[in-house]
Design a binder for this molecule. Structure first.
Ligand code: MG
Length: 161
């Protein structure tokens, strides 16, 4: 029972707009548009936060960090992840590994996968070998495919200890 694996899944999507920096997984991405959001719009870290909360049975990001709260306006989403990791560790859980899919038609994220994995690993205090990042286009389909937004899906494992 004590070594039982728990899993959590997270998903997020944000709209791409002009005059915003594009930040994914805490890494600044070179692109002419960025993600709109109450916070920094980092869809990767929001999906990660929800996956961690889900695995621990602690609800969701909107309950903990409401976007009606000015405290989280332009918030650095890395701080939200660190806060949640602290709560999870306080509850006796340790993340095992993280697998991330970034759904983006543009920009091409090939060169950013490793920096994003390094950034996420640092935020959750795990080695980079425990964090995997994939980037996929949406084959031109839907809001991701027509470049209106960037989405992210994350799964994490937690064990006790
Ligand atoms: Mg979000």
């Amino acid at each position: 029972m004590s070594s039982q694996l728990r899993v959590g899944i997270g998903y997020d999507i944000h709209r791409l707009v002009s005059d915003r920096k594009l930040v994914l997984g805490g890494v600044k991405i070179d692109y002419d548009r960025g993600l709109l959001g109450h916070s920094d719009g980092d869809a990767v870290l929001h999906a990660l936060t929800d996956a961690l909360l889900g695995a621990a049975g602690m609800g969701d990001i909107g309950e903990l960090f409401p976007d009606t709260d000015d405290a989280y306006k332009d918030a650095n989403s890395g701080e939200l992840v660190k806060d949640v990791v602290r709560r999870i560790r306080d509850a006796g859980f340790t993340p095992t590994n993280v697998d991330i899919i970034i759904h983006a038609e543009r920009p091409n994220l090939a060169e950013y996968k490793k920096p994003i994995a390094e950034s996420v690993a640092k935020l959750i205090d795990k080695p980079i070998t425990d964090v995997n990042v994939k980037a996929k286009t949406n084959e031109g389909l839907g809001p991701v495919g027509n470049r209106d937004g960037i989405a992210c899906t994350v799964i994490v494992g937690l064990v006790r200890g």
